[in-house]
Design a binder for this molecule. Structure first.
Ligand code: GTP
Length: 170
């Protein structure tokens, strides 16, 4: 049998948007209403099958709070993939996505694969970023956008599956 392929993946995004929750849902199928803010970073593994091959995503879930901002390059350096997350009910968190995409474009691996998570889509009635705007932005920068909810699980398998496919094929 072919050996599992392993890839370094990083999560990025403003504090409280749900990065830890997304990775926990993906890796362990759990969700905590009272998830605490990450200090430095967490590490989790998510295994996915891509075209019959076992792909291991080594997920570095970074801390979004401003005081940990300077640590991020340590985690995205050498990463093959990134999940950039925002909270669909929080405009400033979407603005932060734009700055992460720019920073990765300048500082990360040239061929890093990026997916964007519009998280907390279970709170659709409080949405601040129109879906069309998010999709248009994603199209412009050439990345795939998913609506996700770490709470209900919507889009979670899909976004990691897509990222696994992208890093595997890149
Ligand atoms: P930092 O570690 O500070 O960067 O935060 P984070 O981006 O890792 O967010 P975290 O996963 O800690 O979640 C923050 C809060 O949002 C917690 O109270 C979660 O329960 C909640 N949360 C996360 N994802 C969702 C979601 O999809 N829907 C809802 N309704 N709440 C969510």
């Amino acid at each position: 049998m072919e050996a599992a392929k392993e890839y370094k993946i990083v999560t990025l995004g403003e504090g409280r948007v749900g990065k830890t929750s997304l990775t926990l849902k993906a890796a362990r199928n759990v969700f905590h209403e009272d998830e605490q803010s990450t200090v430095n970073a967490n590490f989790l593994i998510k295994e996915i099958s891509v075209q019959g091959v076992s792909v291991k995503l080594n997920l570095w879930d970074t801390a979004g709070q401003e005081r940990f901002r300077a640590l991020a390059p340590n985690y995205y350096r050498g990463a093959k993939g990134a999940v950039i997350a925002y909270d669909i009910t929080d405009r400033s968190s979407f603005d932060r996505v734009v700055s992460w995409v720019k920073e990765l474009g300048m500082q990360a691996d040239k061929d890093i694969c990026i997916v964007i998570a519009g998280n907390k889509c279970d709170r659709e009635s409080e949405r601040q970023i129109p879906k069309a705007e998010a999709l248009e932005y994603a199209r412009k920068v050439g990345v795939t956008h998913f609506d996700t909810s770490a709470k209900t699980g919507k889009g979670v398998e899909e976004i990691f599956q897509e990222l696994a496919r992208l890093v595997y094929e890149t």
